[in-house]
Design a protein around this ligand. Structure first.
Ligand code: NAP
Length: 280
């Protein structure tokens, strides 16, 4: 596995990238590529109705819409909703040629399914990003088939690293667990801010004050962890926990028998199971 922690300049990127679906995730990728210097001439977008903010980026940068040149893609990124993927993928097959690597950021679309649509010998990377990609702080798990060359892997990694970190997965099967941990993960953190606020209000604080405290705490703790890459989360936790102090009292409840560990094991198992059920 490779952990790519820093985005790299895309100014020298030599391939042509075709993005299918320029919504939330596709739009985040597009912004990341342009911010990291990918020349607009190297990008084509296929999307009949991008959201206004993405359309403005396309118009402002002169990115081409809808390629007419067959086999133009060195990298084809599929970022439409999984529900319409089976309808859309055959429509973009013509941009795929012998040197193309097909990259899916679509939940639940297996490598086997993509090979079925684009041809058995096609290089395919299946990924699962997450929403902090919108601020360049996402993390993407990526699984490649045997057709993906070292150069294609490097190209894909550079493109994905424009919106955050990249973890290469040895097994495609792990994608469902990655979906449960980091794909859905931001929701768990937002829930933490919500529940902390509710608990503060339940204990007697005005609800709005409790919400501000909880939100700033989650934001600040995340930032502290981000700026302390060499310190384990457990150490950061211990650093704010004095023996028999207030944090210790709360953690005894959270880490007790019916605490957060058991809840998360169950939650991740449920999300992994659901991801497997939705795959096809
Ligand atoms: N957002 C996330 O947190 C997240 C995380 C991990 C993975 N993903 C994956 O990313 C993919 C996209 O999700 P999203 O949230 O970015 O969805 P989205 O905002 O709906 O973006 C999809 C875009 O594709 C467009 N589209 C519709 N039909 C098309 C066609 N025939 N050809 C080209 N583009 C077409 C949509 O236009 P209309 O709106 O007009 O239909 C929309 O602009 C999904 O497969 C999802 O599983 C998302």
């Amino acid at each position: 596995m490779t952990d790519t922690t820093a985005s790299r300049s895309l100014a020298g990127f030599t391939g042509h990238v075709v993005l299918v679906g320029a919504g939330q995730m596709g739009g985040a990728l597009l912004r990341g590529w342009l911010d990291n210097g990918l020349p607009p001439a190297r990008i084509t977008v296929i999307d009949p109705r991008p959201p206004a903010n993405v359309q403005a980026i396309i118009d402002g940068s002169g990115i081409a819409l809808d390629p007419i040149e067959p086999s133009i893609a060195d990298v084809l990124i599929l970022a439409v909703k999984p529900q319409i993927a089976d309808e859309v993928m055959p429509l973009v097959r013509h941009v795929v040629g012998p040197r193309t690597v097909v990259v899916s950021v679509m939940a639940g679309k297996t490598i086997a399914r993509l090979e079925q649509v684009f041809g058995a010998g096609t290089a395919v990377v299946r990924t699962i990003p997450n929403t902090p990609a919108a601020v360049g702080r996402g993390i993407t798990g990526a699984a490649a088939n045997d057709q993906v060359t070292t150069a294609q892997r490097a190209a894909v990694e550079t493109l994905l690293a424009a919106v955050g970190r990249v973890e290469w997965l040895m097994l495609e099967d792990w994608i469902d667990i990655v979906t449960a941990v980091s794909g859905s993960g931001p929701a768990y953190v937002f829930l933490l801010a919500e529940t902390l606020a509710r608990a503060g209000a339940a204990a007697g604080l005005p609800a709005e004050l409790a919400a501000r405290l909880a939100r700033a705490t989650v934001e600040g703790a995340g930032e502290l962890m981000f700026r302390s890459p060499d310190i384990e989360p457990a150490t950061l936790r211990q650093n704010v926990t004095s023996p028999n102090g207030t944090t210790h009292a709360a953690l005894q409840v959270l880490m007790g028998a019916k605490g957060i560990d058991a809840a998360f094991v169950e939650a991740i198992a449920a999300a992994t199971k659901r991801s497997r059920e939705l795959a096809g």
